[in-house]
Structures are given as C-alpha cells and as structure tokens.
Design a protein around this ligand. Structure first.
Ligand SMILES: [Cu+2]
Length: 142
C-alpha cells in the first residue's frame, strides 16, 4: 500500500495530538482546599477541619515520595514561600501522619485558616500548594 504525503501528514498530526493529550492527562494541576469548616462558619473549639487535595498525594512526614506531602493548618498567618520550613506552634499545626481530617483547638474570635502542603521535611512544596483562606468565628460552647 502506498502512503500519500497527505496521509503521512494526518498521521503526524494525530501523533502530536496524542502526545499533547498524554501530557495533559499525566500532569493535571493539583488543587488544595479546606472542605470543613465552610467559609464564615460559626463553630466551637475544638474545630473539625477536613482537607481536600486533588491530583496530588498525601504521605506521612519523613517519607520522601515525589508528588506527595502532608497537610499543615496555618491559622492567622500567610503560608511561607516554597522551600521554607513551616514553623511548629499552636497556629502552625503539622499533620505528619498523613491525616486528612483533624480536630484542632482554636481560640475564641475570628480566625483565618489555610491548608498548606509541606514535603517530607516540612518545607512548603514547590510550586506552593496553599488553599484559599477560610474565615471562621469561634464561639464558646454551651
Ligand atoms: Cu510538617
């Protein structure tokens, strides 16, 4: 069978289209978020926080595996730049066991929560995976 130049051209185009498609499928953009509490929620402490992570993996701290990290809850602070170590205190909480839902004490009043993904060494991953801020109001329980 003879292959015409037009057929070769069509074949080449379909190979390009296939490889572009494969690239798009193999590296979809990761998404990080906080599912709970919802923005502007009024809650009592301790607060249940449920994280969301799409197109990226969760692994315990200390486990070096490409494409994975563990959650940090940052309260009333910005996330650090990529590569910086996330502090450890009551307002920068590490979930190094790979938790995706946690219960955390939060002081009374208005607070802003951010989920930040850190690598196996607790450094903000590159490029940064930081959730949109979620503002909550913590009130005294009955
Ligand atoms: Cu950490």
């Amino acid at each position: 069978m003879r292959t015409t130049p037009l057929a070769l051209c069509a074949l080449a185009l379909s190979v390009v289209a296939t490889s572009l498609h494969a690239q798009a499928v193999s590296a979809p953009a990761p998404i990080i978020g906080i599912l709970l509490p919802t923005s502007n929620a009024t809650v009592t402490s301790p607060v249940t926080v449920r994280f969301r992570l799409v197109n990226y993996g969760v692994a315990p701290a200390g486990m070096q595996m490409a494409g994975t990290g563990h959650f940090h809850l940052v309260i009333d602070d910005e996330a650090g730049a990529a590569g910086t170590i996330i502090p450890t205190d009551s307002m920068h909480v590490h979930y190094g066991k790979g938790q995706i839902e946690v219960t955390v004490p939060v002081p009374l009043g208005r607070h802003t929560l951010r989920a930040v993904l850190g690598d196996y060494q607790h450094k903000v991953i590159r490029p940064e995976l930081v959730s949109p801020p979620v503002t909550i109001r913590v009130v005294a329980g009955r």
